[in-house]
Design a protein around this ligand. Structure first.
Ligand code: TYD
Length: 139
């Protein structure tokens, strides 16, 4: 499946039940790729930042499964801030998007579903390098 151009929110199923609610995702259904890796951010101290990088070839969906956080996404030209605060909502982020995560609430847990195994070589960790690369690849 082609990557979408800019990050977008995905509404996930919420199966409401008096015993407690349930949300679910499946490959190539709610998630527009095959999930190859899952990790989660948690116990983030107040005021800490995460992210601060882009990935050249990685799709991800981020879900605040508990609490809330803010995510700045940036394609080198446009920048947008999303707040994630629902366990039944995900933020899809495709290739070559700079992201910065902040404002984690106390106890927040951010689940990340990723399309590839961990590869440190696929990171761009310098914002100016990222913007330069975007200028040369998107003419
Ligand atoms: P990093 O991706 O820089 O975290 P964030 O973007 O959330 O700030 O990763 C932090 C550390 O964790 C780094 O040492 C690499 C390691 N790590 C793995 O070993 N596997 C993974 O899948 C991820 C995402 C990180």
């Amino acid at each position: 499946m082609n990557t979408l151009n800019f990050p977008t929110l995905i509404e996930l199923p919420k199966i409401i039940d008096s015993r407690g609610n349930l949300s679910v995702v499946e490959n190539n259904k709610e998630i527009p790729f095959d999930i190859r890796r899952v990790y989660w951010l948690y116990e983030v101290p107040t005021g800490e930042l995460r992210g601060g990088h882009a990935h050249t070839d990685l799709q991800q969906v981020l879900i605040a499964i508990h609490g809330s956080l803010k995510i700045i996404v940036d394609d080198g030209k446009n920048r947008q801030t999303f707040t994630l605060n629902k366990p039944n909502q995900g933020l899809y982020i495709g290739n070559n998007i700079w992201r910065e995560m902040s404002d984690f609430s106390d106890g927040a847990v951010c689940l990340v579903l990723a399309s590839k195994p961990y590869d440190p070589a696929g990171y761009i960790r310098n914002y100016n390098d990222f913007v330069d690369k975007q200028k040369t690849t998107k003419i």
